[in-house]
Design a binder for this molecule. Structure first.
Ligand SMILES: [Zn+2]
Ligand SMILES: [Zn+2]
Length: 268
């Protein structure tokens, strides 16, 4: 009888151990994923071919040792009602109901210097107002806020052009995914195109991932994961963000509404 009790205890103990092991190993896997990104041999640094996608009329990429600097004049290579009417890229409003004051102006400049092999930081960082990244078109990427404690809401969404951008005191900038309209011939809509680079040096792609040709299902809270993409990294995976395939509200999809998982640099 004593022997039976002991066996039962051992049996229960084994179950408890198995259960705790399996949840432990999930946690360990997560930690490993993070660790993988900062340096094991099967992880690549940011593939430089991604920078070929940036609008050469607006953006200059320069390399200095481990640093990559993205300089832009902020002038996007697509049509918008936010261009001055005299500009060939000016079009009438397609989706915007009302325009914010000001027009795309040629006296802006944006500069972002990032590490060529950015790493996941020990803790993530909330983004602030102003530019949080630079899009492939040359215009800056903003987060999901239009002011302090003022999230993008209906009345603000009505001012976005089909590119998901509007004008503000700090210039023309994107907040949301662009619209699927005939006028949109270049910008990402529910696809795997490169959107731009964020302040922590990680690339932002559209809602789909080239690695599976579909919406990824393994994204972290910021929309990030490690995989291969269409940008050659010698078959090695690297960490990047995707636009999260969820409506922010209505049919609005925010470009980036989470925390940066890397160490943010400042878009000057
Ligand atoms: Zn804005
Ligand atoms: Zn991906």
């Amino acid at each position: 009888m004593k022997h039976l009790k002991l066996n039962l205890l051992l049996f229960l103990g084994a179950i408890v151990l198995m259960l705790s092991c399996s949840s432990d190993s999930e946690n360990t896997d997560d930690t490993d994923d993070t660790d993988d990104t900062d340096g094991t041999s099967d992880v690549a640094s940011t593939p430089l071919s991604a920078f070929d996608e940036f609008n050469p009329d607006a953006v200059t990429i320069s390399y200095d040792g481990e640093d990559i600097t993205i300089d832009s004049n902020g002038l996007p290579n697509h049509t918008s009602p936010y261009w001055e009417e005299t500009n060939p890229l000016h079009i009438d409003q397609v989706v915007a109901v009302a325009l914010t004051p000001g027009r795309i102006s040629d006296n802006r400049s944006y500069s972002l210097t990032v590490d060529s092999a950015p790493e996941i930081a020990a803790s993530s960082t909330a983004t602030g107002l102003g530019a949080i990244g630079i899009a492939v078109t040359g215009a800056p990427i903003f987060n999901d806020l239009e002011g302090n404690n003022r999230p993008i809401e209906e009345v603000i969404a009505e001012t976005f052009d089909y590119a998901g951008a509007h004008n503000g005191p700090s210039g023309y900038h994107y907040h949301i995914e662009s619209s699927n309209v005939p006028e949109n011939t270049t910008l990402s809509f529910d696809d795997e195109k490169l959107i731009g680079i964020l302040a922590d040096g990680f690339l932002l792609y559209g809602r789909k991932c080239n690695s599976i040709g579909d919406h990824p299902t393994d994204l972290d809270v910021s929309g990030g994961h490690s995989s291969i993409t269409q940008h050659d990294s010698d078959g090695k995976v690297f960490y990047h963000y995707h636009i999260i395939n969820e409506f922010y509200f209505g049919n609005v999809i925010a470009l980036f509404a989470g925390n940066l998982q890397g160490t943010p640099n400042t878009v000057m």
